[in-house]
Design a binder for this molecule. Structure first.
Ligand SMILES: [Zn+2]
Length: 394
């Protein structure tokens, strides 16, 4: 059964991976006489690199990617780069053009594999060259960079799995970037509260030495729900915890709730919440369920059912720990159709830590002490859950 499921998972992820890779960062930096251009991308891709003259340009062709960036196709220059432009070149190619200050050579180009919360980074180191060298390079065949092999001269990047027996927990700070989430008290929207709580939780988990925590985001950036799931898949996570803080018109309602996936949420309030949380992705035109081919649906269903059981078990271990440390809502374990919980092979929960609309909750969640309490409760829940699983294994 285990093998069967693993096979199904491979098929499902292969089909989901057919969606275009997402570029969620383009960065320029200067180091002495070098200028470094970095592409943050959520999948390993190959790139074709070449130069053009009159005016001096560097062209980077990628397979068709989804540029998930705030800037509309143009970025400011730095160092040897005057500015850069990007967009879809043809059906199968996305093109980045770097307008150069003068003749420039590509000194090094390499891919860094995922590390911590960073996804793949495609790195180009540029240096000044002479006009004649540049002209020579223009006539050279295009340089192809395979992203599978790291051509870095840097020290090898340590594997994300620090120790063999360490379990990996992905902590997802809800919302971010131009999706603020629920409006908050004292000018702090939900996205800021979730980020602070996630960072604190990762710190507490890592400090335990028993697990390794990986954040889906460590700064104020927008991530598709699918990207959040992809982080869990890429690091082969043992558990995925998405942190949120809800808001209601009724300001007296307070306390934390733990949600696990349900395809048919019967609770009307839970269904409305799921609709709110999923909205960011509906707007972005992402629907994980629709990306999977119909034939795989029944198989996804089967695998997801097993993950759902594990998720519910984790929720059962987590709730008593939350109860000891933070305010809990009645019916503290609820079921809803959150997209972010749909990784079919990673047990996942979504924790609404409290209500931004309630004064006490907002104060608690906005304080370092409150965030540490939540982090400690999560760690204690993680401990009991894995202790129970280990008892079954031996
Ligand atoms: Zn939220």
């Amino acid at each position: 059964m285990r093998f069967f499921l693993a096979l199904i998972m491979a098929m499902i992820w292969a089909s989901i991976a057919m969606a275009a890779p997402a570029v969620n960062g383009l960065r320029l930096g200067e180091n002495g006489d070098r200028t470094r251009f970095v592409i943050d991308i959520d999948e390993a891709v190959s790139a074709e690199v070449f130069t053009l003259s009159d005016p001096y340009r560097l062209v980077i062709d990628l397979p068709a990617v989804d540029f998930q960036l705030d800037s509309q196709g143009v970025g400011d220059g730095r160092g040897l780069v005057r500015r850069y432009r990007f967009g879809l070149f043809d059906e199968k190619t996305s093109r980045l053009v770097l307008d150069l200050e003068g003749p420039v050579a590509v000194d090094r180009v390499f891919t860094l594999p995922p590390q911590g919360q960073n996804l793949y980074r495609l790195v180009f180191d540029l240096k000044k060259t002479s006009r004649s060298e540049f002209a020579k390079a223009v006539r050279q065949p295009h340089r192809v960079v395979e992203s599978t092999a790291s051509q870095s001269n840097l020290a090898p990047v340590p594997s994300v799995r620090a120790a063999r027996n360490q379990r990996l927990i992905v902590i997802d700070a809800g919302h971010g970037g131009n999706d603020p989430g629920a409006p908050g008290a004292a000018g702090k929207p939900e996205k800021a509260i979730t980020l602070a709580a996630a960072i604190e939780t990762a710190r507490v988990i890592n400090a335990s030495g028993r697990y390794r925590a990986v954040l889906t985001r460590d700064r104020d950036i927008y991530l598709h729900l699918r990207q959040r799931i992809n982080v869990a898949r890429k690091v082969n996570a043992d558990l995925f915890i998405s942190l949120h803080a809800d808001s209601l018109n009724n300001r007296s309602v307070r306390g934390a709730t733990v949600y696990t996936l349900s395809e048919t949420a019967s609770d009307r309030e839970a269904a409305q919440l799921a609709a709110r949380e999923n909205k960011a992705d509906v707007l972005a035109g992402m629907n994980l369920a629709e990306e999977a081919p119909e034939v795989a649906n029944i198989l996804i269903d089967l695998a997801q059912r097993e993950s759902m059981n594990y998720s519910a078990r984790f929720a059962n271990y987590l709730i008593p720990e939350l109860k000891n440390r933070v305010q809990l809502r009645r019916n503290s374990h609820r079921f809803a159709g959150f997209v972010v919980l749909k990784a079919p092979d990673v047990p996942s929960v979504l924790v609404e830590m409290g209500y931004m609309s309630n004064r006490e909750d907002a104060q608690f969640l906005g304080s370092r002490a409150g965030q540490t309490q939540i982090a400690n409760a999560l760690l204690a829940g993680i401990d009991s859950y894995f202790a129970a699983l280990d008892r079954e294994q031996f």
